[in-house]
Design a protein around this ligand. Sequence first.
Ligand code: FE
Length: 206
Amino acid sequence: MNRSSMETRVAALETLLKDKGVLADDSVATYAHRTSEEWLPINGARLCARAWRDPEFKQFLLADGKAAAASMGFAMPEHHRKLAVKENTPSVHNVICCTLCSCTAFTIIGMAPGWYKDFEYRASIVREARTVLAEMGLVLRDEIKIRVWDTTTDTRYMILPLQPPYTAGWSEERLARLVTKESLIGVQRLEPPFLPVQNPDALQGQ
Ligand code: FE
């Protein structure tokens, strides 16, 4: 289906649902605004950056992610009862998936990427995580243990990446700009040798 016919169909569906009273007039616009302006991975990135700088906050985040997120003004839907934050270490790597569909803590880490929803990723990450991650560009030595976390309706996950050692002493804002959606899902690690030294100031505007 080409783009224009998709847009025409979506517009027709929206009109129909509004006419039937199923959809409030502004709900599509509100949803579009939230997904593009509010539910962004920078929210999770800010949680990680604070946890890296503040050990007490890190303990809070690992113990009760939802409450820690709320303390920084990041809300989650009521049915997301738990935000389970899994910490990467030099010897442990965590990655998330939703084997049933495409659930994420979307208000915290942003909307699920297309590949996350693919049957191929959902089916193979739980069986052969090391191979799947390598195919996605993250080659982990055998000594690094991999843990796969399968999202449910009420338990959502976020990965706390390992802080790159060269960033010691950086401000929270600068650290947050290093953290990607992929690293919050667990298909990327931020520290060398997985990623080269980054300068987040140079990434601005990208
Ligand atoms: Fe799902």
